[in-house]
Design a binder for this molecule. Structure first.
Ligand SMILES: Nc1nc2c(ncn2[C@@H]2O[C@H](COP(=O)(O)OP(=O)(O)O)[C@@H](O)[C@H]2O)c(=O)[nH]1
Ligand SMILES: [Mg+2]
Length: 817
């Protein structure tokens, strides 16, 4: 590239040129890319024109171009003789011409250097020039016009032939430049030239599709004549200057370039030219419209990839992508949207001149790829909002509930407010151009919220139910136990009353609390029923528990009634009590207890089961020995595991169990009764040691004289006194009253074994007393010994009575426990 002096001083541009295709047909990719960068061709869009020149070798083509466009193509040195100077195809930018105009200088046709037959390169370069040029200059000598053997004839034939292989939709301007014009005016020459051209067109063999096609459908033919550069340089330069003006704004409507259909955007020029040359070299048909689409496809793809890469590397995007993983980002949607739109608009700006269809298809692809790139980040941002809102909802919901707000009103309020907040957050995240659907995330949030509400509701409800059950249990458990403990005819009505009262109380509280949960009547009813059933269950469980202890209770009750009088004082069996009556009444009270414990009577109708009567008949008659046969039959009435008319669910103790319980009860209480009887008999005996009154009176009447005799004789009195003292001492020593308490025979046997030693003992003591009289006061000791002995006797006797009454009580109770 060299700078040449431009003939048009208005421009101070440097000329740039490069070899596009070398003499061997190699496309100079690096050179052209460099050239394009230098002249900033890519920025031109569609505003550029391509001019090429064809013509015989050394016909002054390079000279013309250099003069016309201030280029620096190599010219032949006029003094060195005619030889090929331009090899291959060169390209330069015209200096000072708007818009950007590229000019190609082609190796001459009919070149001596390649030999007559080597027309391949000639044809290829002609086709190439036609394919990419808007204007083709055809350089010809003036004297060739009308000549049969004109040098241009083969060239034009070639041009016309190849033109039909281009399938080009556009017309190319063919500007014939007549060199070394003679005095013959152009007006006369032009028709001859056009006639020549037409003749050549007609003579060219055409494919069927173009048999009838006119030349004017492919070409706009223009003619210009120039004076000789060598002989009339001044005139030549003037004419060239005029011609140059026609290249200004050549692409404007009506300009020299005229038809702009099928122009390739400037940024695709290099690739397009390269591809065209490749196809031409492979000798394939060159379909320019298809080529245009191909170029557009490749270039748009390139641009799109470039834009995608630059987006992926964009710092703003990378920061956003990283930041969003840790926390939500305010204005996420807007930021990303602006990054994406910038990227897409950059693509649009670069691809704008390429084929519309291809361009938008590639844009869509780019957009798709970009969306795929950012979608995960978008989902993360959306996920942040969803989880944030869910957490906030949970918190607010709990707060509202704890603040005593109704369940459904709290739910509605919170759901409404937080779904609105979610929508707001979504709006912040949504990327306008992607306009992704957030409804699924919204639905998921809604589902999560609903699930939370349901679980909270369930837990609150179960809490409420269990607290009320607890209340019921507390209110029923103890009182029912107490009532069953004191079982009587009123027990079950009282339990029913208690149950009704407590259940109603709890249920009314419960149902007032249920209002907060806004549930349907059906569920509410079933929950209340559940609670009522629970109350029944508590009572039944308690009753069952008590039924299991019925024997102990019966024995306790028996002992209380049997061993205590009506004032709850412990009974002393003095002998006057009617043990049988006491026993019977105590037993009937126990029977009552058993009958109460036998059946659950939680319904009013349950009172009709008269278990007590059945038991009374069964047990009373069985205890009556005189009616033996009957006892068997009545006891048989209890030989069943169910009570007549009583459903098993209400049965606590079956008839069979009653029977065995009663038997055991009787067995375990019989001992106490027999103890009482024994105590009573012993008491009777200890009180009956004096003879009957009639015997005493008879004794007094019949023994009056003997009594008087004794009174008259003091000696007798002394003897009687001594005998009395002896007997009294024996009585005390032998504890005769105590010995006979257990019966006459054991008393006699026990006394007989003790009698002799005790008499001996008394005599010995009396002897000791007699001896002691000589030294000591003899009268104090005997009285001292007798009085305490009498005291001991009486106290032991009385304690033995009390113990006899009390002992069975303790022993039996300890046995029960
Ligand atoms: N007769 C005549 N000779 C010219 C004219 N223009 C250039 N030449 C000469 O023709 C020779 C070949 O010129 P050149 O531009 O290298 O021809 P090219 O091979 O077609 O590029 C040079 O010696 C020029 O001086 C012209 O208008 N008339
Ligand atoms: Mg040349």
């Amino acid at each position: 590239m060299a700078k040449i002096e431009c003939a048009y001083p208005a421009s101070y541009e440097k000329c740039c040129s490069t070899q596009l295709i070398d003499g061997d047909g190699m496309f100079n990719v690096a050179g052209i890319e460099n050239f394009m960068k230098e002249i900033k061709l890519s920025d031109c869009g569609l505003s550029y024109a391509v001019v090429s020149i064809m013509g015989p070798q050394s016909s002054g083509k390079s000279t013309l171009l250099n003069n016309l466009f201030c280029t620096d193509f190599k010219e032949m040195d006029a003094f060195k003789g005619r030889s090929q100077t331009t090899k291959g195809i060169w390209m330069a930018k015209c200096v000072g011409i708007e818009p950007c105009t590229l000019v190609m200088d082609l190796e001459g046709t009919d070149g001596r250097e390649r030999g007559e037959d080597d027309t391949a390169f000639e044809k290829q370069s002609a086709l190439f020039a036609l394919a990419i040029s808007d204007i083709v200059l055809i350089n010809m000598w003036c004297h060739d016009i009308g000549r049969e053997q004109a040098a241009n004839k083969p060239l034009l034939k070639t041009v016309f032939q190849v033109m039909m292989r281009l399938f080009s939709p556009r017309k190319t301007t063919m500007l014939f430049v007549i060199r070394d014009k003679t005095k013959t005016p152009l007006e006369n020459l032009e028709p001859v030239l056009r006639g020549d051209i037409q003749k050549i067109w007609d003579s060219v063999p055409k494919p069927d599709a173009h048999k009838e096609t006119l030349l004017s459908e492919f070409f706009i033919v223009e003619v210009v004549a120039l004076s000789s550069f060598e002989e009339k340089e001044e005139q030549f330069k003037e004419q060239v200057a005029t011609l140059r003006e026609r290249f200004y704004h050549s692409i404007a409507p009506g300009g020299l370039a005229g038809d702009r259909r099928g122009v390739i955007p400037a940024s695709g020029f290099c690739f397009s030219a390269q591809e065209i040359w490749k196809i031409i070299k492979e000798n394939k048909d060159l379909d320019l419209p298809a080529h245009k689409v191909m170029v557009a496809t490749v270039r748009c793809e390139e641009i799109a990839n470039e834009k995608y890469d630059s987006f992926a590397r964009n710092m703003d995007w990378c920061q956003l992508e990283e930041a969003v993983t840790s926390s939500p980002i305010h204005g996420f949607g807007k930021k990303l949207n602006s990054l994406l739109t910038t990227c897409l608009s950059e693509y649009d700006a670069e691809a704008t001149y390429f084929d519309e269809g291809v361009r938008s298809a590639k844009q869509k692809q780019l957009q798709e790829k970009l969306f795929q790139l950012v979608q995960p980040t978008f989902q993360i941002a959306l996920g942040h909002i969803r989880s944030e809102i869910l957490d906030k909802f949970k918190e607010a919901f709990d707060k509202a509930l704890n603040g005593g707000e109704g369940f459904s009103s709290a739910t509605n309020k919170c759901v409404e407010s937080y779904m609105a907040q979610f929508d707001e957050g979504c709006a912040d995240v949504v990327i306008e151009i992607a306009n992704w659907d957030t409804s699924k995330v919204r639905e998921k949030l809604r589902r999560d919220i609903d699930a939370h509400v349901t679980s909270v509701r369930a837990s609150k409800l179960s809490e409420l139910v269990s607290s009320n059950k607890e209340k019921l249990k507390e209110a029923l458990y103890g009182p029912v136990e107490t009532l069953l403990d004191g079982a009587n005819s009123d027990t079950w009505p009282s339990i029913r009353k208690l149950a009704n009262r407590e259940t109603e109380l709890v249920v009314s509280e419960f149902s007032s609390e249920l209002i907060r949960f806004d549930m349907d009547e059906e569920t509410k009813k079933s929950m209340i029923m559940n609670l009522q059933d629970y109350a029944k269950g508590v009572i039944e469980a308690k009753a069952k528990e008590e039924a299991g202890r019925v024997l102990i209770r019966m024995k306790e009750r028996f002992m209380t009634l049997f061993s205590h009088d009506s004032d709850s004082m412990p009974r002393i069996w003095t002998g006057k009590e009617d043990i049988r009556a006491i026993n019977n009444s105590a037993r009937s009270a126990c029977l009552k207890l058993l009958s109460v414990m036998t059946v659950i009577r939680l319904d009013e109708g349950d009172d009709i089961y008269d278990i007590e009567k059945i038991l009374t008949v069964a047990f009373a008659e069985s205890s009556n020995n005189s009616v033996k046969n009957k006892s068997i039959t009545t006891f048989e009435s209890l030989a069943s595991s169910t009570w007549e008319q009583v459903p098993p669910s209400k049965t606590l103790i079956t008839p069979v169990q009653c029977k065995s319980l009663w038997r055991q009860f009787k067995m375990e209480t019989e001992y106490s009764v027999s103890q009482a009887i024994a105590a009573q008999e012993a008491n009777n005996r200890s009180n009956n040691w004096l003879p009957p009154p009639w015997a005493i009176i008879a004794l007094l009447i019949l023994g009056f004289n003997e009594f008087m005799t004794l009174l008259r004789n003091p000696l007798y009195i002394g003897v009687i006194f001594v005998v009395y003292l002896l007997v009294k001492a024996l009585w005390v020593q032998l504890d005769i009253a105590g010995e006979f308490r257990n019966g006459a025979l054991p008393g006699i046997i026990s006394l007989s074994s003790k009698l002799v030693p005790i008499i001996m003992n008394i005599i010995r003591k009396l002897a000791e007393e007699g001896q002691g009289n000589a030294t000591n006061n003899p009268r104090r000791n005997p009285s001292k010994r007798v009085v305490p002995a009498g005291n001991v006797t009486s106290s032991s006797a009385s304690s033995s009575v009390t113990s006899s009454t009390n002992r069975p009580d303790y022993s039996s109770s300890s046995k029960y426990e």
